[in-house]
Design a protein around this ligand. Sequence first.
Ligand code: P6P
Length: 339
Amino acid sequence: MDFTSPSTITLQSFIRDAERRSESSTGDLSKVLLAIALGTKVVSQGVNRAGLASMLGMTGEKNVQGEDVQQLDEYADQVFNAVLGRSGQFVSMVSEERESVISAARGDQFSKYIIAFDPLDGSSNIDVNVSIGTIFGIYKRESSGTAVSESDPSEFFQGGKNQIAAGYTIYGSSTMFVFTTGEGVFGFTLDPTIGEFILTNPDMKMPENGTVYSCNEANSPNWSAGTSKYIEKLKTSGNTQGEKCSHRYVGSLVADFHRTLLKGGIFLYPGDSKNKSGKLRYLYECAPMAMIVEQAGGLATSGEEDISEIVPNDIHQRSPLIIGSKEMVEEFLDFQKNS
Ligand code: P6P
C-alpha cells in the first residue's frame, strides 16, 4: 500500500473528511462508524484464527432464534457489545444473539443513537470456511433528551426508512466494510498488514440487471405461484434481456448480497406456505441491506411492500426479502401481481 499516494484513502480519513464537509456534523456518527470498524477488525482476527484457537464449533446453547450458537457467534456478540458500549453513542442496542434490548452503559441514557446488529451472520458456514458477515442498522432515537427506560424496544419500531446509516462487513477472501450514511455506498478493504481499511470501492452502484438468482431451492415446494413462475422463467427464458441466468447460493446473506451488489442479480428469501414471513430478520438483516441497495440504485421488497416502508413491532420480527437489480426485482413483482 503506497501511503504517499493521495489516492490511498483510509476509512478514518474518509469519515473525517465527510465530517468536515458537513456543517451540522458533531462527529458523533464518525465515532459510531469507527467503533463498528474496530469491532470488525477484532472479529476478523477471530474468524481468521478460529481454527487455530479452537474457536470453531458450537457452545451447546441455543439463541433467541432457537438456533445453535457457534462459539464465534458468542465471541462476535461480546466484541460488538463492548466496542459499541464503550463508544458512548448508543442509548440502546439490539443484537441477534440477545432476547431483549441491551440498555445503555451507565451515563449513556441521553445518547442520540440506537443500533440493531447481527454480530456474525451465516453461522452455519463458520466451520466450513465459507464467507460470513456482520450487519448493522443505525437510527436516531426519537425520544431525544430523555433517559430511555430499561430495555424499551419501542425506539426500534421506526421503520427502515428512518435508518441514518447501515452497513455490513464480509469476512471472506478479504475483509470488506461496506456502508452508507445516505449519500452513496462505499466499500473499504482491510489491509491486515497495517490494520487499516482502505477505500477500494468508491460510490458502489447495483447493476440494473443481472444473470444470477440466489435462493434456497429446497423451499420451492412451499413457494407462492408468483415466486415459482418467476424462478421458472429465469431458468427457461432468462432475465428481462433474454440473457441466460445461473443459480448461486452461499447460504450466508452477506456473501449472497455482496455478490449481488457487485455483479447484479436477485436474492430471494420469500415468505412461503410454511413461513409466511420468511426467515430473515427485519431489523438487522433486511432493513440495513435495503438501505444499502436503495442507495446503490437497486430495489428491496417483501413481495407486498418496500422493505424500508415496513414498521416492525418486534425486535426479532422476520420479513420476506427479495432484493437486487432494479429490472429483476420489478419483474419479480410483476409475476407476484399477475399470479
Ligand atoms: P437457509 C444464515 O443463517 C441466514 O440467517 C442468512 O445469512 C442466510 O441468507 C439464510 O439464513 C440462509 O437460510 O434456510 O437457506 O439455510
